[in-house]
Design a protein around this ligand. Sequence first.
Ligand code: 13P
Length: 271
Amino acid sequence: MRKTIIAGNWKMNCIRSEAKSLVEDLKVKTAGNTDAVDVLVCPPFTSLTLVAELLEGTGIKVGGQNLFWKDKGAYTGQISAPMLVDAGCEYVVIGHSEPRGRFGVAEPDFTPEILAFFGDSDATVNRKLHAALKGGLKPIVCVGETLAERQAGNTDSVISTQTTAALKDITAEQAANLIFAYEPVWAIGTGEVCEAGEADRVCGVVRSTVAALYGPEVAEQARVQYGGSVKPDNAVDLLSRPNIDGALVGGASLKATDFAAIIAAAPELQK
Ligand code: 13P
C-alpha cells in the first residue's frame, strides 16, 4: 500500500521571519488533517532548524532541498546528509530540475556558461541518492523532461534514462522505499499544469522503469509524486490517478491556505 505524500518545496523563498509566519499559519490551517497523508515542507537551509522546531509534535516533517554527497570536508558552500539530519530533516529533495540547470520559466540571462553553475547531472544525482540513504534521509528523486524534449517525442526516454541513472547501485530494498517526483520542467512555475491523464501516464513510466530494474513488487511499493503547477483546483484530479501518489508543490506551498487545501484534497488514497 502506498501512502499519499504531499511535499512543499519553498525553493529560494522565506527569510526566517517569513518562514515562521508561514509555518504558524500552516499549523492552524492543517490542524488534525495530516494523519492520512505524509506531509513535509522543504525550506531553504537557513530556515531549516527554525521550521523543524516550530513543527515539532505536528504531523508535518521537514526536508532539505539538496545535499552534497560527502559527509564533511573542504567543500565550501556544500551541505551534507548529517548536517541536514542535525538540522531536523527527515527528507531531502534530490535532482530537482533547477539544480540540474533546467528551468521551466525562461531565464534569458542564463547563458550556457551560467547554467553550468547549477551543475547537477545524472551522476551527481546518483551520488547524492547514495549519500542521503547512508545518512538515514528519505530521498525524493526528481525526474522530468524539458519542453524541447517533449516536443521531440523524447519524454519517456528522458524519464527512464534519468530514473535508471539515479538508481545505479541502489538495492531493491532501497528502491522500494524511494519517493520519485515526476516534474515536467515546462510545467514548473509556469502555471501550465500537465494534463492529469498525461501526468499519470508518465508517473507510470517511472514505475515501469523501476519494475524493469527490480521487478513489479518493488515498483508497486515505490511512490511517485507529480510536481508542476499543482494548485488546490487541480489537486483532486491529479491525486486521484492510479500512478500519482502525491504532489511536490512549489509556488502553492508558499500560501498556507493553498497548501492546506492541497493536503485536504489528498483523500485517504492508499494505492
Ligand atoms: P510549482 O508548483 O511552482 O510549479 O513548482 C513545482 C516544483 O518545482 C516543486 O519542486
